[in-house]
Design a protein. Structure first.
Length: 115
């Protein structure tokens, strides 16, 4: 059974940093694109960043230059290094493996940025 388990969320002051982790298990993920999404109450879940097996990355405009996605293929783990955090980064952050459809989601980890 595939499982995605996020960790590393918490409360941080604006301008600070956090590092999220997502550990995947249940099968090999070496060939998979993996991604981070986030969601705030009343809004749709939105894309944050993705990374391919070859470590090509793509970012939402709102986080480009502040967040860095990385992966450890041997450990089936992806990371999201978040810096220069803003109040609007407050959300539940989810790990995502999109294939095979409908894909998999983690349970989410709360990130709260305070002033």
């Amino acid at each position: 059974q595939v499982q995605l388990v996020e960790s590393g969320g918490g409360l941080v002051l604006a301008g600070g940093s956090l590092r999220l982790s997502c550990a995947a298990s249940g099968r090999t993920f070496i060939g998979d694109l993996m991604a981070w999404y986030r969601q705030t109450p009343g809004k749709e879940r939105e894309f944050v960043a993705s990374i391919t097996t070859g470590k090509s990355t793509y970012y939402a405009d709102s986080v480009r230059g502040r967040f860095t996605i990385s992966r450890d293929n041997a450990a089936s783990t992806i990371y999201l290094q978040m810096s220069s955090l803003k109040l609007e980064d407050t959300a539940v952050y989810y790990c995502r493996v999109p294939l095979p459809s409908p894909g998999y989601w983690g349970q989410g980890t709360q990130v709260t940025v305070s002033s």
